[in-house]
Ligand binder design. Structure first.
Ligand SMILES: [Zn+2]
Length: 494
């Protein structure tokens, strides 16, 4: 006989304040919008937060899952108020009709920006609290790039940030969040939390947790987590393209008592603040990057990562300055992509496999970051663009590129897809017959997530400072709403 009914929900968006297009309900419906049993069908067996919730709850037969509503869209522009309202109303309706719940698990990103709201996730949590009441425990999972409010801990102590970047511990944090609620209910293990915000907004390119300053932060977090009175420590890098009052880095600690949580959070925060300069890195320009790779002789492919047009940082995935510069060299045996270009994909699809055609590639969204590139190419393959992630990042999740075309022009191959997607999983290429490890150069629309699956295939990655919406030079962005004195935007407080 089940004793505790646990609601499961997901509302996930990372919003860029400075891109032109807004994110609408269609973007969520296209990407992932599920209710009730569909949630269990889609996420069971995936290495996602919801996959983690479901697996952990299944370990103890006293708990049953009440799937509510899941909505996720790819990182993109600010979410329209109507979209947020519709998704929130849908979730509240599910909560209303779900019957008595004993706990709630909520997967959030933490860097959603909604027109007209100061902090979208807090608005959502407050609305949920109003619906379910004050006494029902809930837990969240949050992206490492969340811009969280310090008020978050007043609604619940249970918040679990990803500890890896590339984010390959979504599933694990989902399990931890579920476990916290299960222990809260079953064993009366109760905790409190403290969160401190640091007055710094950091670019994410040097936040990988395999090396560098963020690795040290995560090692420190895990050391504290080994202490018996600490349940979890989350270190958030923040999301530097969200122009919001709560933008920036933070530390959140869950401990047996509030004072202990506060002391640990302050101590970690002090160290974090002290190493902030290490997060700022200068990247090679397009020409410098091309000079660098021209001199390299490597056995495995060399990657040029066009980080400023990384779709998972809200890039359109179709800018061309780096591509054009590469095509003007005599470097061969290259794979370029994925380029998000619906028009070009349709041309290739209509022409069919084996056709040769003149194309005007990319450069459709931001002409200031490169005009369309003219080239003649042969269509080698066409697919519907549907594949399943094979690497550690979001493993097992179905991805729909909305069409894919594999084309060849001389000794350069291209993957064209129907909508923006980062080159994060080799299955994006392999599903259409491209083997990334066969090339000498990979010119990819990607930042850090791709390294979870690609590092074994490649020899070297060069992050290129090409212009684009997800530029590493965040001090140049036209911020208006972030707090005054946020380092390094306002250099005075260095
Ligand atoms: Zn992230």
């Amino acid at each position: 006989m089940k004793q505790w009914r646990i609601g499961v929900a997901f509302f996930y968006h990372e919003s860029h304040s400075f891109v032109r297009e807004k994110t609408t309900i269609e973007d969520f419906k296209r990407e992932g919008f599920f209710k009730g049993q569909e949630i269990v069908d889609v996420y069971t067996g995936t290495k996602t937060e919801v996959g983690g919730f479901l697996d952990e709850l299944a370990l103890d037969e006293r708990f049953s899952v009440v799937p509510l509503q899941c909505a996720a869209a790819i990182p993109s522009g600010v979410v329209t108020f109507e979209t947020y309202e519709e998704i929130e109303a849908g979730l509240l309706k599910e909560l209303k009709t779900a019957g008595q719940l004993d706990g709630l698990l909520l997967a959030l990103h933490g860097a959603m920006v909604v027109e007209g709201l100061e902090n979208a996730e807090m608005s959502l949590i407050n609305a949920i609290r109003e619906e379910i009441g004050e006494s029902i425990p809930f837990a969240t999972t949050l992206d490492m790039h969340a811009n969280i409010s310090p008020l978050l801990t007043e609604c619940s102590p249970y918040h679990f940030g990803f500890k890896t970047y590339p984010h390959i511990d979504m599933y694990e944090q989902g399990r931890r969040a579920a476990s916290a609620i299960m222990k809260h209910l079953g064993q009366r293990k109760l905790y409190e939390a403290a969160c401190i915000k640091l007055p710094m907004l950091l670019p994410s390119v040097n936040m990988r947790t395999e090396e560098g300053p963020m690795k040290r932060m995560m090692v420190m977090a895990e050391q504290y987590e080994r202490e018996p009175d600490i349940l979890a420590v989350s270190v958030f890098g923040g999301f530097p393209y969200g122009d919001v009052k709560d933008a920036g880095a933070s530390v959140l600690v869950i401990a047996k008592d509030k004072e202990r949580a506060q002391t640990v959070a302050s101590s970690i925060g002090e160290y974090y603040w002290g190493i902030r300069q290490e997060f700022l890195v200068n990247l090679p320009s397009i020409n410098e990057a091309i000079d660098m790779i021209s001199e390299l002789e490597e056995e495995k492919p060399i990657v040029l990562a066009d980080i400023a047009d990384n779709p998972l940082s809200c890039g359109s995935g179709d800018t061309t300055l780096l591509i054009e510069a590469f095509l003007n060299t005599d470097l061969k045996k290259a794979l370029i992509g994925p380029i998000a270009d619906r028009e070009t994909f349709e041309q290739c699809r209509k022409a069919g496999k084996g056709a040769r055609l003149k194309l005007s590639l990319g450069g459709k969204h931001y002409p200031e970051f490169g005009r369309p590139v003219g080239l003649e190419a042969e269509v080698l393959a066409i697919t519907d663009g549907i594949f399943y992630n094979s690497g550690p990042f979001n493993h097992g999740l179905k991805v729909d590129a909305q069409g894919a075309a594999f084309i060849r022009s001389g000794e350069r191959d291209f993957l064209i897809i129907g909508r923006p997607l980062s080159a994060n999983d080799p299955a994006l290429f392999r599903h259409i017959g491209i083997e990334p490890s066969d090339y000498r150069f990979l010119v990819l629309k990607a930042k850090n997530h791709f390294r979870a699956a690609f590092d074994p295939l490649i020899s070297k990655v060069i992050y290129v400072d090409a212009p684009g919406v997800a530029t590493n030079k965040i001090v140049q962005l036209p911020f208006q709403k972030i707090p005054p004195g946020l380092w390094p935007i306002n250099q005075e407080i260095q």
